[in-house]
Design a protein. Sequence first.
Length: 359
Amino acid sequence: MVNPEFPEWFGRKFHNELGNMPDNEQRRIMQILTQKTKRTAIRKCLAPGGCKRKAVEGHTVPRSVLRSMTQGTTVMTFAKQPVVVEPYSPPTEQPISHTLTGYFACEKHENLFAPIEKEIPDFNNPVHLSLLAYKPLLKAMLDKQVLRVAFEAQAQEDTKSDFPAYMVHLCTMMEYGIGYYKHRAEQALGIATPHPEYDAEPDELLHRVIRVPSKRRAVAVSGWSNGLRSSVTPSPDGGTIELISQAGCTVYPLENEHVVVYHYTAGDEAGIRKSNWHLYNATGETLQRRISQDILRHCEEIVIPVEAWSDFSEEKKQAICDYFMATAPDNGLYIPDAPTVTPVEQWHAKRLRLVNLFN
């Protein structure tokens, strides 16, 4: 895949059109795309080397881990849909067999994950950490491909609007960005095929492991942010913006702790350290709350045991949903310990104490 760039006029034309588009028209287009994404089925293996085998259903978090979280057969799932009218929805109760699944690898390549599927991963083993990053990268790539195919179909039907064509290009850029991190994971696993653009500069996949003490197996997460790795010119002034530095996140529940692993590349490390400053010196309940808010803001799929969700107060449930569904007042990611002054800061200070997924 070649590094895609917007034509200089493309972003300006799109933004002008979108700014003048009535809300009901935006809603109509999104409803159409919602149905198209539901009907789009991509079942090809996404492993490197052009594998032609049909993908089989797989879990981004091992099913054994999900089962260990609950005494029942269902869990509460938070999921952000790629294209819907209301992209963030409240948690729903789902069978474990249908949780965190996707068709992104064939049966042969699913065997790559045997070391972390059959036993608890060794969090000191770089290969195991790369495997934890690799499967959600495959899932993220699949989601972007489904989205692009849906917009391509809409672009052919709706020739009067530039919106679908713009989104096709944006999805292509996201595929390119996810592909970069996928390629680095494949290099770490020794299965990569050469890529002239991705290999133009040296880089490698890194991992940061944070152990969070907890009283029970409370949450599982597997996801990768929508990072773009491309230069774009979306504004009339022609200014170039580099959109990079996004991290993957895996949360693995154990008996008395949760292992949180952030995945990123060496080239993005400085940006990740800057954006995650709030995690480096925190401990105890403060660390639990900060990681919880980080997960709810940036991760697309989160699993909580039904028993744990039932134990939460209604006020805590609402606070968690507010952060996940992006309905919380926007005042940055985290509230400092200094006395609050504005109404938004007061709102955050009160609710943030409730946003703890681990206890």
